[in-house]
Design a protein around this ligand. Structure first.
Ligand code: ATP
Ligand code: ZN
Length: 286
């Protein structure tokens, strides 16, 4: 039975680079010829299809591709029946309502009877229905942010990450409709062999993601502070302790979550830790 998985990813755009990076970090190598729409991995049963992001959910729901990487925004807009297998944590953005700076916006009811330009009519309509707001939705496929200045609409509903595009178009974000990130989606049915390949891929993705959240930390500590410092560190198990050639000092090694590290750094120093090194981890398997 065929065990090669077909993965649909964006050909070029905001999802492409991070999608390919994730696959490479999973130890899967391939050579993507320029302009090619398909390629195969050398060392893993995986085949790539390079597509427009909007087409990815449909390719996966129809089974032409087994899995795909796409933004939640696109997935919800197309409404295709696929399984969300895993949040991937990149291409984070939000779908937001924005109005011209001089528009009097108090709350969502300020949009009653107004015109809203968007490329996401399905998600927007659902949102407006939930809020019981009636507004006219104008579907445009690109450059939505110019709609207010050319008199097409009073508001827009568009993707935002930093907000700089809104700012430079004299717009102000007033309401977040949806938060989105890249997700791994899959066809609801897969044969057992493909399922096995998928499990192996998910195992590797988990190891890569876990490694990103954690850092390897080393520091020199006076022996009489080892207990105190070990208690400060939220460690996986217990820290590794090795004697230094300087009498009365040890080197203490551990793994910490990056967020925790910033929280406890001053406590570590206060307890006597010196020469603290924080090193990235490539893969982490628990
Ligand atoms: P395609 O040619 O494949 O249709 P596109 O122009 O529709 O590409 P991109 O702009 O490359 O799409 O964005 C792809 C996805 O990246 C979006 O659907 C969204 O999930 C995510 N994204 C993250 N940040 C942003 C942002 N600031 N603006 C737009 N999309 C973003
Ligand atoms: Zn697109």
């Amino acid at each position: 039975m065929e065990n090669t998985l077909r993965l649909a990813i964006q050909k070029s755009g905001r999802l492409s680079e991070d999608s390919l990076k994730l696959i490479k970090e999973c130890g899967i190598s391939f050579s993507q010829g320029i302009g090619k729409l398909k390629c195969e991995a050398f060392n893993f049963p995986l085949e790539f299809l390079f597509l427009r992001d909007d087409d990815i959910p449909q390719y996966v729901s129809s089974g032409i591709a087994d899995i795909g990487i796409v933004g939640e925004n696109v997935l919800l807009e197309t409404g295709e029946e696929v399984k969300v297998i895993q949040q991937l944590g990149f291409s984070k953005c939000r779908l937001s309502l924005a109005v011209a700076n001089d528009f009097k916006f108090e709350d969502i009811r300020s949009l009653e009877g107004k015109n809203i330009a968007t490329s996401y009519p399905v998600i927007l309509q659902k949102y407006l229905d939930e809020k019981k707001i009636k507004a006219a939705i104008h579907v445009i496929s690109g450059s939505v942010e110019i709609a207010p200045s050319i008199g097409l609409a009073e508001a827009i509903c568009d993707l935002v990450s930093s907000g700089s595009t809104l700012l430079s178009n004299g717009l102000r974000e007033v309401e977040v409709v949806l938060k989105s990130e890249a997700v791994l989606i899959g066809h609801p049915q897969m044969n057992d062999n493909k399922q096995k390949t998928l499990s192996e891929l998910l195992f590797r993705i988990a190891a890569v993601q876990k490694a990103k959240d954690n850092k390897y930390i080393l520091m020199n500590v006076p022996n009489d502070a080892i207990d105190t410092i070990s208690k400060i560190l939220p460690v996986m198990k217990s820290p590794t302790i090795m004697p230094l050639t300087i009498k009365g000092w040890s080197s203490l090694h551990s793994v910490v979550k990056e967020d925790d590290f910033w929280r406890i750094i001053s406590e570590l120093k206060q307890a006597g830790a010196e020469g603290i090194l924080v090193i990235p981890i490539e893969k982490m398997i628990s």
